[in-house]
Design a protein around this ligand. Structure first.
Ligand code: ATP
Length: 410
């Protein structure tokens, strides 16, 4: 019991540390904070946004740009309410309230004014934006089966009890794929996408020891799914869903009365759908939990985020040793910061406080490399590059900095 309490304290502690680091270092803020917040909403600061963008870009690169069979879509958040009737969401997208009533978690809204007004909903999933563009995509690109559609965008759910920081929000983001296959191949592609999902989780840097697969029982599956695997993650508040993989059968295309002409067989078929779905915000949270680390440096505890360089919000920080020495500042700015910024974009200028303080700050942001310009730099055109994880420092020629960093980004 004592051991269990100790673990719970440690986990609560970790969550508090992550939430407070996110605020202090400009990753994530409470939504509408100055008015006491709005439950279930968060606002992204400069570094959190960079992290989130990197995750989304990495995903897009692997699953869309890196493939020949994937078509991107960016559908409107507001859709004709028929979509949500046909999809089964109006009738069935509900959660039980604490007194046992079913509560539909879609946000209802009004389109237009007065008599002409009609009801619509903020989309609770991005998936329907792809199904309704299935025909457009087939007509425009003539893809052969199997092929997929991919979308990254906001989704809204009026969650009864939003909680656990980014985990359960009312406004969040999804990255989803609808992969269309012939019915007889669904099992093969289900297995294939399971592998792809795991591979991506590893590539972004999730702690794979914390990722678990759960075969979801029939009574717990969404109304459209005849097989679902949840990928669960050991968050500090427990083992909970991270991403999902569903076999949506031909449920959606059939209901929308959409079909596909299989040119090889010369017949009309309704493709079946494998759906890998990823929550962006849960990806960020799971990644923060995975990379948060503490150790002792020079007798002090330091916390740092062990992001892979290609995912880190800042790739490198440039620091003139003393900010009141114009010759150091000028060199650092013109010969180091400007070219690196032009090449990599995510480069920080940091001249605030002593060098130890700067390292601690960049460690907390998760910056893999800190580059320091000192008096030797002025005579021999070399700089110190300090490694975030080991604290080791190497001396490198300014001209070699770009390639040094490039080699370590991918
Ligand atoms: P849960 O059971 O936790 O409510 P779900 O099974 O309803 O999740 P899906 O409908 O499968 O979730 O949504 C796909 C993905 O979207 C989830 O795997 C998750 O990553 C993300 N997601 C769902 N709801 C939320 C939310 N309220 N806040 C943040 N992310 C969410």
């Amino acid at each position: 019991m004592l051991e269990k309490n100790k673990k719970e304290n440690r986990d609560n502690d970790l969550m508090e540390k992550i939430v407070s680091l996110c605020k202090r270092r400009g990753f994530v803020f409470q939504g509408s904070e100055i008015y006491g917040g709005l439950a279930g909403t968060y606002d992204w600061g400069h570094f959190g946004l960079a992290l989130k963008n990197n995750i989304k870009q990495n995903w897009w690169k692997k699953f869309v740009d890196g493939r020949r069979d994937m078509y991107g879509v960016d559908a409107a958040v507001l859709m004709n309410s028929k979509v949500w009737e046909i999809s089964g969401h109006v009738a069935g997208f509900s959660d039980p309230t604490p007194d046992g009533k079913q509560f539909n978690v879609m946000f209802k809204t009004q389109i237009g004014a007065g008599e002409e007004a009609s009801v619509s909903y903020l989309r609770p999933e991005t998936a329907q934006g792809m199904f309704v563009n299935f025909k457009n995509t087939v007509d425009a690109f003539h893809p052969k089966l199997p092929f997929g559609m991919a979308q990254v965008g906001k989704a809204f759910r009026n969650e009864i009890a939003p909680r656990d920081f980014l985990f359960r929000q009312r406004e969040f983001e999804q990255m989803e794929i609808e992969y269309f296959v012939k019915q007889e191949n669904w099992e093969k592609y289900f297995e294939y996408w399971k592998g792809e999902m795991l591979e991506w989780m590893q590539e972004v840097g999730l702690d794979m020891n914390k990722v678990h697969e759960l075969e979801v029982e029939k009574e717990d599956r969404a109304h459209y799914s005849s097989r679902t695997i949840d990928f669960e993650f050991d968050y500090p508040f427990g083992k909970k869903e991270l991403f999902g993989l569903a076999y949506r059968t031909d449920f959606d295309l059939k209901n929308h009365k959409l079909d596909y002409i299989d040119e090889e067989e010369g017949e009309k078929i309704i493709p079946h759908v494998i759906e890998p779905t990823f929550g962006v915000d849960r990806a960020v949270l799971a990644l923060l939990v995975s990379v948060y680390a503490e150790d002792k440096k020079e007798g002090e505890v330091r916390s740092y985020l062990k992001f892979k360089p290609n995912i880190a919000p800042v790739i490198c920080a440039v620091s003139p040793l003393l900010k009141n020495k114009p010759e150091l500042v000028e060199y650092a700015d013109l010969k180091v910061y400007a070219p690196l910024k032009a090449e990599f974009g995510r480069v920080a200028w940091d001249d605030n406080g002593n060098i130890g303080k700067r390292y601690r700050r960049q460690d907390e942001i998760g910056t893999p490399f800190c580059i320091v310009i000192d008096f030797d730099t002025l005579t021999d055109d070399t700089v110190t590059v300090r490694d975030r994880d080991t604290g080791e420092q190497v001396r490198i020629k300014v001209d070699d900095l770009r390639s040094y960093i490039k080699e370590r980004i991918n």
